[in-house]
Design a protein around this ligand. Structure first.
Ligand SMILES: NC(=O)c1ccc[n+]([C@@H]2O[C@H](COP(=O)([O-])OP(=O)(O)OC[C@H]3O[C@@H](n4cnc5c(N)ncnc54)[C@H](O)[C@@H]3O)[C@@H](O)[C@H]2O)c1
Length: 364
């Protein structure tokens, strides 16, 4: 078992990474929440295996626990879903002492967290992430929100959970494509923050893809440690936290341009990381060789690295117009001077981005 503390003063909380722990989740939650009534948001396929054990254990602790199902998929990460969930909570008598628990992936965690941040001006919130991407990234740090049709994560809040309970065994039912998306974010942490972690992931990529428990435990705990440190240093992204967005400007734009249907988030980020490394090479920040190494690692995890030829550079740069990090024709970009280090720059212009995409489209 690994416990990682996210140090945020009064809003500090623990991330617990422990195999086969869902049946004890209620006990753990009662250590950090004093209320009596919990609402578990989840998807239909996750009720039996994952939400039910959490609900049962909460009931064993003398709580009331209700499961609310909502459809899966990025296209449901909308205000419409949020409104429906507010209505369900109100009908079922949720109040400010209630706990909202997300049992699912990053989409559900973002939506549930936004509901928790805003329902009755805020209720307690806990994360039980069941995708690798949510376990290593989305469930930590308190960013919650929904998409608008023309821009991802456009409406949201910072609302920290009271606890994050990670059971790596939930990943045994995760489709391989989703597992790979989580590995994209794990690789990202190595690139931006730790050369030794990057090396560890490189040497355990096959065991990770085979979902070997020790490889999963190491990748999840290592990623959570890196994210927890960055969030503790800069909770609301005034500075260093921005490095977590490495690969995300182009990744988000690709998701928008393709209507959130063609690429999963982690796949779009994998492609976006390569574009960001090309930009780094163009402006003299990223030495030659890093991009090839990262591309090989992403490919060995089964992730896409080529930029789609049917998407014009212009369409992607247009889509970054709504990026929250863009100011006039310059955008905040994360560049990598060496593996394990990242810098934030505002020097990347739309023209550089377009040229980088064109070059990326020529790389085979
Ligand atoms: N808030 C943040 O800091 C943050 C960080 C990174 C990503 N995100 C967001 O996370 C989202 C992507 O999350 P995701 O990749 O987890 O996708 P997701 O939430 O859509 O989950 C992917 C699919 O896996 C299914 N699933 C979940 N757990 C399962 C399991 N154990 N077994 C079988 N199926 C399972 C889900 O029902 C869904 O169909 C994006 O919207 C992204 O913007 C947020």
């Amino acid at each position: 078992m690994s416990e990682i503390r996210v140090e945020l003063g009064k809003r500090s909380y623990t991330i617990r990474v422990e195999p086969d722990s869902l049946g004890r989740a209620g006990e753990t939650l009662k250590e950090c929440w004093l209320g009596r009534c919990a609402f578990l948001f989840t998807h239909p396929a996750l009720v039996e295996p994952y939400a039910q054990p959490v609900a049962n254990n909460l009931r064993d602790q003398g709580c009331e626990a209700f499961i609310i199902e909502t459809p899966a998929g990025e296209r449901f990460k909308t205000m419409r879903t949020v409104l429906r969930l507010y209505q369900r909570l109100a009908e079922m008598g949720a109040d400010r002492s209630s706990l909202i628990i997300s049992v699912g992936g990053g989409v559900l965690g973002d939506v549930a967290g936004f509901v928790a941040a805003t329902y009755m001006r805020g209720t307690a919130f806990a994360q039980v992430p069941t995708t690798l991407l949510a376990q290593v990234d989305a469930s930590i740090g308190g960013k919650v929100g929904v998409d608008l049709p023309f821009a991802k994560n456009m409406v949201g809040a910072f609302h920290q959970p009271v606890a994050v309970l990670i059971d790596p065994m939930t990943l045994k039912t995760l489709p391989l494509r989703e597992l790979r998306c989580g590995i994209a974010e794990v690789i990202k942490y190595g690139i931006i923050a730790s050369e030794s972690f990057y090396g560890e992931i490189k040497s355990t990529i096959r065991p990770l893809l085979r979902r070997e428990p020790s490889a999963l435990q190491g990748a999840i705990a290592g990623s959570c440690k890196i994210k927890a440190n960055i969030v503790a240093e800069d909770e609301t992204e005034q500075g260093r936290r921005a490095i977590l967005n490495f690969g995300h400007t182009v990744g988000h734009a690709l998701e928008v341009v393709t209507g959130y249907r063609r690429y999963k988030h982690g796949e779009a980020v994998a492609i976006g990381m390569i574009t960001a490394l090309i930009i780094g090479e163009m402006v003299g920040t990223t030495p030659v060789g890093i991009r090839e190494d990262v591309a090989l690692l992403l490919q060995s995890a089964g992730l896409p690295v080529e930029f789609p030829l049917d998407i014009p550079a212009e369409a992607v740069s247009q889509a970054t117009r709504m990026d929250k990090k863009r100011v006039a024709d310059r955008m905040r970009f994360i560049l990598v001077p060496k593996i394990g280090e990242a810098i934030v720059t505002s020097e990347v212009t739309v023209e550089i981005l377009r040229e980088a995409i064109r070059r990326h489209q020529c790389v085979k």
